[in-house]
Design a binder for this molecule. Structure first.
Ligand SMILES: Cc1ncc(COP(=O)(O)O)c(C=O)c1O
Length: 466
């Protein structure tokens, strides 16, 4: 891609290199706004004009603009084009104070946020967490404040092994639990382990998170999308892969569980070939209408790495997650993590105390009921206001998939951005090489807003649905 463009009187150097063109362009534009190189109110070239300048597809530019509108860096109004948001202004002086850190500003927040991925942060159990932290610190021996075991504190690994076996059907030995700074950290470690073992290709789902695919790519692994149909991800094509990353209990983002025959097929494949299954159980606690679907790991603990996280059940800012490793991988993964790349001891001890005291179960039960009420309100409102839209993937999790009439996803996402409503279309999650027929849909994170903002966000959503 050329690295500069001159359009509409603007001359700007953009470094939009890297694996994802869209991401590269989005990052480059965001940085240009953030640092003030693109001044507030500046009108950006049309997506067609910029695409021609850069020699890339117009959709790539339109998607980058839509992402930045959703993040609040740009505004888009019919008739006046796409402009740098006035609230996204760089600070008056961009020169850092002598000796001080460079000035930074957070992006302006959208008026409503229904992007999936974050629980209602206002529901974090602050008082209970503080009480657990006080108890944990009072009971901790001095040596607990040292560097400690690279696998994580023994108290937490033991508490997790008990909880995961009771609540998720995981077969967990505390010695094989690895505490990580988020699922992403666990995936990074496992990517390095797999690559060192000679793995080249990891099968992934047709729909998923690009950050996870990027982490695997950064470890030198190729991702190969598996087909997706009404029964969930189809593992028939696994024969080409050495490992697979799956969300079996609740496919992200489509929201369906992996069909029981396919669960068995995945474990059979791993047993037959020695392949490794990475099970992302990101929101296994949240199932509303039936018993939770147990972890796949319970069917094949020697072949499945179970990965769970506190990012949905508590808060992503904790950066606490856990991997339960097959015995054959435990040592390599612990060595790859290393002894200094660990999570804060106090948070680990607090989570251990929160789990063993029953605080975690109480919190999950309470928020599950609130999320269920939101889900029901979403289903009712969409049925009443947009009968052509079908809400799917609602049995579990913190998000739903709204199936739109064919050909309407892009315009709905754009209309939402104009209204200050941040949301993701399904295309955002699609693997670039997916062969599954594309569907028009929105992925709505109904847990994201705090309670006071939920009804406004729902109203804004209904207003943009076809
Ligand atoms: C599919 C999926 N997996 C895992 C995670 C958790 O990631 P982390 O623990 O790194 O915050 C998320 C969070 O949004 C997710 O959507």
């Amino acid at each position: 891609m050329p690295d500069s463009w001159a359009t509409s009187g603007l001359d700007l150097h953009l470094e939009a290199a890297g694996p994802g063109l869209r991401r590269g362009l989005t990052d480059a534009l965001r940085e240009a706004v953030r640092t003030g190189r693109l001044a507030p109110g500046t009108r950006l070239p049309s997506s067609r004009g910029l695409a021609a300048d850069l020699g890339i597809a117009r959709n790539t530019v339109a998607d980058a603009y839509a992402d930045l509108v959703a993040e609040g860096w740009l505004t888009a109004r019919q008739g006046s084009g796409t402009r740098v948001a006035t609230r996204a202004a760089a600070p008056p002086s961009r020169r850092p104070a002598p000796g001080g850190p460079p000035a930074r500003r957070e992006p302006a927040r959208p008026a409503h946020d229904l992007r999936p991925g974050t629980p209602d942060l206002a529901s974090f159990p602050r008082a209970e967490w503080l009480r657990a932290a006080r108890r944990a610190l009072a009971a901790a021996p001095h040596h607990a404040l040292g560097y400690g075991d690279p696998r994580g504190r023994a108290e937490l690994r033991t508490a997790l092994a008990g909880y995961l076996s009771r609540a998720r059907g995981v077969r967990a030995d505390p010695g094989h639990v690895l505490v990580c700074g988020g699922f992403s950290h666990g995936l990074k470690i496992l990517g390095a382990v797999l690559r060192a073992r000679g793995v080249r290709t990891v099968a992934v789902e047709s729909y998923g998170l690009d950050v996870h695919r990027d982490l695997l790519a950064a470890a030198g692994l190729r991702t190969e999308p598996l087909p997706f149909d009404a029964l969930g991800t189809d593992p028939a094509a696994l024969r080409n892969a050495d490992a697979v990353l799956l969300t079996p209990a609740h496919q992200f983002p489509m929201g369906v569980p992996l069909h029981p025959d396919r669960r068995a097929a995945v474990v059979d494949w791993a047993r037959r070939t020695g392949g490794v299954v990475l099970e992302d159980d990101y929101d296994g606690e949240f199932r509303y209408d039936r018993q939770p679907v147990g972890a796949l790991q319970g069917l094949g603990p020697d072949h499945v790495v179970y990965l769970g996280t506190a990012s949905k059940s508590l808060a992503p800012g904790l950066r606490l997650a856990w991997a339960v490793l097959p015995p054959g991988l435990a040592e390599e993964a612990t060595a790859a993590k290393g002894s200094t790349d660990t999570c804060g001891t106090l948070d680990q001890l607090t989570l251990a105390e929160f789990l063993t005291s029953g605080g975690y179960d109480r919190h999950v039960r309470a928020v599950r009921m609130r999320y269920r009420r939101r889900r029901d309100a979403l289903v009712t409102a969409v049925a009443a206001r947009a009968p052509e839209v079908r809400v799917t993937g609602i049995a579990a999790g913190l998000h739903a998939v709204l199936r739109l009439p064919p050909g309407t996803e892009r315009s709905v996402v754009q209309a939402a951005a104009w209204q200050g409503l941040a949301l993701n279309g399904l295309a955002f999650f699609r693997h670039p090489a997916a062969r599954t027929d594309p569907l028009d849909a929105l992925v709505i994170g109904y847990a994201t807003p705090p309670d006071h903002a939920w009804s406004g966000a729902l109203e804004a959503l209904c207003a943009v649905l076809p």
